[in-house]
Every structure is written in structure tokens, then in C-alpha cells.
Design a protein around this ligand. Structure first.
Ligand SMILES: Nc1ncnc2c1ncn2[C@@H]1O[C@H](COP(=O)(O)OP(=O)(O)OP(=O)(O)O)[C@@H](O)[C@H]1O
Ligand SMILES: [Mg+2]
Length: 311
């Protein structure tokens, strides 16, 4: 989906901090001053190594956590502080999440019909049982499952089918934003592409936006319009997918990209994996200013560092 730069962002995250107090004298700074925007109908990929704070950002946005600091605006609503009832209701329907492990996130004792229908039940989104059943059948068809699957339990599905159920559950609420946290990582490689293509088709049809959280950069490249690179809770670089892949600026981004194997054996033979060690890099993320490079591409670093990398 191409992003209309003139349209208003669907989600604006500004200066988000998420700290966890883990003991009397120790606090984890999981997310530190993160700002980015997601436009209606686009896919924003969030990448970074394990523990960099990707899931925490997703969970703070959907308010599974109360943000320590920062502003989150979603579809014109301020959802960062105390949320009133109307906004809370809107948030619970218009923003949905798909999880990594569908087996763990789907209630094993419920039939698929009731797993998918739960959101409809809670938010009173039908008038008759027949209307509920109709909505469930339609959504099952949309994710490539059959009507009779509605009567089955989660363990009676394959991993790929189960993730389709997870997508159907999110989709039935007709959300404006879906947060997909490593939603294909647990699947077979052959099934990953199927599910990602299904997500793309659904986006074309419904215009939903995705926050796509993943390790696998090649999949992120394939699905994302724009990408944010996260390291140690800091968003180091963000830009269009092309900008990040063709013209990465931050040394950490360069090292991430250099780790991707090339499909062409000649290129792969000459690939040099760049190492990056924060401790010896001499870079202080906390001193960072956001340097605007082009339209949307920015890098977090000091003036000196910026000059050094871009010379
Ligand atoms: N509820 C919590 N309490 C304490 N610390 C937490 C909590 N949630 C996350 N953290 C810490 O915050 C940091 C970021 O975790 P997070 O799960 O967001 O990383 P991630 O980028 O999603 O990693 P992965 O790729 O492994 O899923 C980690 O150091 C983690 O231990
Ligand atoms: Mg995670």
C-alpha cells in the first residue's frame, strides 16, 4: 500500500518511555524516548534484536501496560494517560493484536466460533444469533477457512490454520490498526509466506494498518512501507523500507542488514557481516537528537556522530 503523505497519521507515538521496576534498586528501561507514526492503511515494521523492546512498545500502545511517559494518539484520541469509557471502548475495537503463538493465545476449551465471536459478544455487535453466525462465517472465508471450521477446537488445526483463526479474531472487529507481534515467527517457513500474503490481501481489502513486529528482516522488507530500527529500547533510525535498505545510516542498522544472507551465491560469497558493539561504539543514544535526512528518514545520534557516518 502506498502511503499518502498528506493524510493524517492514524497513530502517533511521541517520547514513549516504558520502565519496569524489577527490584528496590533496579529499573529496566525497556523503551526509551521512542517516537514514530503510522499512517492509515500502511505497514510499519519494527525490527531489532531480542530484548530491544519491540513487544513492550506494542503492549504499551494497546495499553496492556501503562506507559511511564510519552504521548500516544490513536485516530484522534489521546490514549496515553487515563482513558475515558468511550475512548477505551473505541481502543478495544479499533486496535487489535495478533500474537506469536496462536496455541497459547487461543482458549483451548472454546470452539473457533466462540473464540472469533468473543469480541462481538463483549461489544454487542450483532442483533440476532443468525447475524453473529453470518459474521463469523464471512470472516472465516476471508482468512481461507471453511464454515465447518467454526465448530472445531484450536488443537484440531495446524499451526498455519491456527494463526488464521488468530487473524480472524482480530479482523472481525474491523480494526484500523492491527499489532502483529512476531505473528509468523512460530510458523513453518513455507506457511509464513502464505500468512503474510493473506495479511497483505486483507490490507488491500479493508485498509487496516499494521504494526508488524519481527526478527526476520526479509519478511519485514516484503511487507513494510516504512521501518523503525530498535536497539536497547531506542529507536535509532526510521524511514521508508527503501531508505532503510538502500541507504542505512546508523552503524547498528548497517550491521543488521549485513547479517541477511543474499539469495545470489556470488553476492553471498562476498557478503561481509559487520559487527556492532554498543559498548565500544562510542555512541551515546541518550545524547541523541533526531536528524532529518530526507522526507521521513531520521537517525538518532549526536551532531558529531552524524557527521562522522555521513561524510
Ligand atoms: N513486564 C516486564 N517486567 C520487567 N521487565 C520487562 C517486562 N516486559 C519486558 N521487560 C524487559 O524489557 C526488555 C524488552 O523486552 P521485550 O519483550 O519488549 O523485547 P523484544 O524486543 O520483544 O524481544 P524478543 O525479540 O525476544 O521478543 C527486556 O529486557 C525485558 O526483560
Ligand atoms: Mg517480543
Amino acid at each position: 500500500m502506498t502511503v499518502n503523505e498528506n493524510s493524517k497519521p492514524l497513530l502517533t507515538v511521541k517520547g514513549l518511555k516504558q520502565y519496569f521496576k524489577v527490584s528496590n534498586n533496579y529499573t529496566v528501561h525497556a523503551v526509551e524516548n521512542v517516537s514514530f507514526q503510522i499512517y492509515p492503511g500502511e505497514t510499519y515494521g519494527l525490527v531489532g534484536e531480542s530484548g530491544s523492546g519491540k513487544s513492550t512498545i506494542g503492549r504499551s500502545i494497546i495499553r496492556l501496560y501503562d506507559p511511564t511517559a510519552g504521548e500516544i494518539n490513536f485516530n484522534g484520541m489521546d490514549i496515553s494517560g487515563r482513558i475515558n469509557k468511550a475512548n477505551s471502548q473505541a481502543l478495544r475495537t479499533q486496535m487489535q493484536m495478533i500474537f506469536q503463538d496462536p496455541m497459547a493465545s487461543l482458549n483451548p476449551r472454546k470452539k473457533v466460533r466462540d473464540i472469533i465471536g468473543e469480541g462481538l459478544d463483549i461489544h454487542h455487535m450483532y442483533k440476532t444469533r443468525a447475524e453473529r453466525e453470518e459474521k463469523i462465517k464471512n470472516i472465516l472465508a476471508k482468512v481461507g477457512l471453511a464454515p465447518e471450521h467454526a465448530g472445531r477446537y484450536p488443537h484440531q488445526f495446524s499451526g498455519g490454520q491456527r494463526q488464521r483463526v488468530g487473524i480472524a479474531r482480530a479482523l472481525i472487529m474491523n480494526p484500523k490498526l492491527i499489532i502483529a507481534d512476531e505473528c509468523i515467527s512460530a510458523l513453518d517457513v513455507s506457511i509464513q509466506a502464505q500468512v503474510v500474503n493473506l495479511m497483505k490481501d486483507i490490507q488491500q481489502e479493508t485498509g487496516t494498518a499494521y504494526l508488524f513486529i519481527a526478527h526476520d528482516l526479509s519478511m519485514v522488507k516484503y511487507i513494510s512501507d516504512r521501518i523503525g530500527v530498535l536497539h536497547l529500547g531506542h529507536l535509532l533510525e526510521t524511514g521508508t523500507t527503501e531508505e532503510i535498505f538502500e541507504n542505512p545510516i546508523h552503524p547498528y542498522t548497517k550491521s543488521l542488514l549485513s547479517a541477511i544472507p543474499a539469495p545470489n551465491p556470488v553476492v553471498e560469497k562476498n557478503r561481509v557481516a559487520l559487527s556492532y558493539d554498543y559498548k565500544t561504539s562510542g555512541i551515546d543514544y541518550n545524547k541523541g537528537t533526531d536528524h532529518l535526512v530526507s522526507g521521513t528518514h531520521y537517525v538518532k545520534c549526536t551532531d558529531e556522530e552524524f557527521k562522522k557516518w555521513t561524510e
